[in-house]
Design a binder for this molecule. Structure first.
Ligand SMILES: NC(=O)c1ccc[n+]([C@@H]2O[C@H](COP(=O)([O-])OP(=O)(O)OC[C@H]3O[C@@H](n4cnc5c(N)ncnc54)[C@H](O)[C@@H]3O)[C@@H](O)[C@H]2O)c1
Length: 327
């Protein structure tokens, strides 16, 4: 079995690799080529939850199980809020062939979900990005945004101003090659003002931006909410959106209050949620049709992303002789 930590993965796998893997995962899902039951969630003490996410792709001869635990108060103690491991299994023998840092795999594939959506749904010419939330998922979100479109500036907001400032300073250095000016914003309104690309990746239970202030032509990726009773998206954006598209319509409509609460309130219907990003990739659902359209992308994360990403990481690690072999 190959053991791969974050540093190992960083040596062999880029943001673009992750975006490509996630597009493959979404396409294979819509083509019915990945078996992945909806995840099992066990609520725990301390506001925590244990998530078990299995997937199997016969075409790749690979299966995986990700165990990811969401403990929102960890951040206050300097701990990760979503510790995880991914187990990769050889689909021909059933042997476990790799165990890898699932926290980083999650960050990569979750950022790549936004990157894939921006690749496929955003206007060609975008100038400003906005990122709301600067926790554990934020770095790969920002990297994927910058990988997808060439931006002049990214405005960043978090209710914790110190965390936001530290994040921006770190990202200015780490993502300098993209050439965007990354600056903290004083408010969510200032952050999204005039933004062409918006990502929300918070643990908030309430909307984190004002949907009436999103400009025409923007593409918004809502990443943070996976529970029916929580939401970070302002429902005011939904009637303004020309299209609402999900990573997986089935998963999003069973999990996220971003859509379930506005549906229950009669603001939109299930039919207004047009489909999945894999449908856009397959050409069965149109993507952006004009530069004026506001497009909302809702991503809750599916196990297929973990499987295809983990398999791609494993293949590259084996090819380059990276990682520790555990007999
Ligand atoms: N869609 C997916 O595939 C996917 C994958 C992993 C995690 N998530 C979810 O994404 C969310 C963020 O994950 P994380 O690991 O970065 O969390 P985290 O706890 O590390 O960080 C969350 C950040 O959000 C900020 N925040 C909270 N409320 C806010 C508000 N109203 N306005 C601005 N900022 C606010 C917090 O201050 C914190 O910095 C979590 O809810 C997690 O469950 C989604």
């Amino acid at each position: 079995m190959l053991l791969l930590n974050r540093a190992d993965i960083e040596k062999v796998f880029t943001t673009r690799d992750a975006i490509d893997a996630v597009k493959t995962a979404f396409k294979m899902t819509e083509d019915g080529k990945i078996v992945s039951p909806l995840r099992t969630v066990i609520e725990g003490k301390y506001d925590g939850a244990f998530l078990f996410m299995p997937a199997y792709a016969p075409e790749l001869d690979a299966a995986s199980l990700k165990v990811i635990d969401i403990f929102p108060h960890n951040i206050d103690n300097g701990l990760m809020t979503s510790p995880a491991q991914v187990m990769l299994i050889d689909g021909a023998t059933g042997y476990v062939v790799a165990m890898m840092d699932g926290t980083f795999v999650t960050q990569l594939r979750t950022g790549a979900s936004s990157g894939a959506a921006f690749d496929l749904l955003a206007k060609k010419d975008c100038r400003k990005g906005a990122l709301i939330g600067t926790g554990g998922q934020a770095e790969t979100q920002l990297a994927s945004m910058l990988e997808s479109r060439s931006l002049e500036e990214v405005s960043v907001y978090d209710i914790n101003a110190d965390r936001c400032a530290a994040f921006c300073a770190k990202m200015r250095e780490k993502l300098a090659s993209y050439g965007a000016d990354i600056q903290p914003a004083e408010s969510a309104d200032a952050c999204i003002e005039d933004a062409d690309l918006i990502i929300t990746v918070t643990a908030s239970r309430e909307p984190v931006f004002d949907g009436t202030k999103v400009k025409e032509g923007a593409t918004i990726s809502c990443v943070g909410t996976y529970q029916p009773d929580r939401r970070e998206m302002d429902p005011a954006i939904l009637p303004r959106a020309a299209k609402i598209i999900c990573d997986s319509k089935e998963a999003a409509l069973s999990e996220t209050g971003d859509l379930l609460i506005p549906i229950a309130d009669g603001i939109i219907t299930e039919d207004d949620v047009l489909g999945s990003l894999g449908d856009v990739i397959n050409g069965t659902l149109p993507g952006r049709e004009s530069d004026d359209e506001i497009i909302v992308y809702e991503t809750v994360g599916i196990a297929a992303q973990d499987l295809v990403t983990a398999k791609a990481i494993y293949d590259k690690a084996v090819e380059k002789g990276i990682g520790i072999v555990w007999e």
